[in-house]
Design a protein around this ligand. Structure first.
Ligand code: PMM
Length: 287
């Protein structure tokens, strides 16, 4: 059984396999797709293509979390994402909103988004938990220690898995205390966020410890720097982001076999195939 959050729309429920979340960044500066989908029509077209290609959910974000990226105001972020969310919802595409801002989350859900994905796990905006509690949608709480301009300095752990679990546990307790139902929370170890490459590998190797908490888990490994470093050529140059999809698909296969609820990926096709292989291998229905 793959743990899933309560409050999902019917077509995302009980799939019996890992959910594919496609990445749609409506930003000028995201590390992989920055600048490509700033035009709403281009973004909507790409979101529809992701969905038709196998994304169960399209994750729309208007603020880059790349190291050194400029923070955006709620107004600017909302102006980027809302037309795109409306266009996708009108085209019957399930949408999640990737934001750290409670106001953006509220507007996005009013526009039809069905999941809130908060990379700060509620730490960036003190109003986030109350907003999500009011709306009753599933809430993805990612492990986060600070904004991207200084997160590299925060990558210090005694035992990264134990520390991430303890910090996520605190987020879950705070979210529940603010009224979010425990059953609607998804946890995410935040690969690449205040993590060095070895931290990410430790978290991936010890996924059972995270899964043991009993919450649905989401992983966002897609095209991240630790994969580029792993695949560096003989000159030591990291493999470019656009050429990390096969490695991403390998992580998806592992995640799917382990019972991860969802993977957040740029290239949907390979991950979808990986999920189908894993589902067939584990004899879960839905392959
Ligand atoms: N990573 C990014 C953005 N949003 N959300 C969740 N839940 N987990 C992640 O790992 C995550 C995320 C950064 O990647 P991008 O710049 O390609 O969107």
């Amino acid at each position: 059984m793959i743990a899933q959050p309560q409050g999902l729309p019917a077509r995302l429920r009980d799939l019996g396999r890992t959910v594919i979340m496609g990445v749609l960044n409506v930003t000028p500066d995201s590390f992989s797709d920055g600048g490509r989908y700033l035009d709403p029509q281009a973004a909507i077209g790409h979101g529809i293509a992701l969905h038709l290609g196998g994304a169960d959910l399209v994750d729309v974000g208007g603020e880059s979390t790349r190291p050194g990226a400029r923070r955006v105001s709620t107004d600017e972020e909302a102006a980027r994402v809302l037309p795109v969310i409306k266009g996708l919802v009108a085209a019957d595409v399930p949408v999640s909103i990737d934001t750290m801002h409670a106001d953006t989350a509220t507007m996005a859900v009013a526009a039809g988004a069905c999941v809130v994905n908060d990379v700060s796990g509620g730490l960036a905006d003190p109003g986030m938990y109350a907003a999500v509690a009011d709306m009753g949608v599933p809430y993805i709480a990612m492990h986060w220690r600070g904004h991207s301009d200084h997160m590299a300095d925060l990558a210090r752990y005694d035992d990264v898995v134990v520390d991430v679990i303890a910090e996520l546990g605190q987020r879950v307790d705070d979210a529940r205390a603010a009224g979010i139902s425990g059953g609607s929370i998804v946890i995410d170890p935040g690969l690449g966020f205040a993590k060095e490459a070895q931290h990410n590998w430790d978290l991936l190797r010890r996924l059972p410890e995270l899964l043991d908490l009993g919450f649905p888990v989401l992983l966002g490994a897609s095209r991240k720097r630790f994969l580029g470093a792993l695949l560096a050529g003989p000159d030591g140059e990291p493999r470019p982001a656009a050429d990390r999809d096969a490695a991403t698909d390998a992580i998806t296969a592992i995640a799917a076999v382990m019972g991860i609820w969802a993977v957040r990926v740029h290239d949907v096709r390979g991950s979808k195939d990986a999920v189908r292989v894993a589902a067939a291998w584990t004899r879960r229905p839905g392959a």
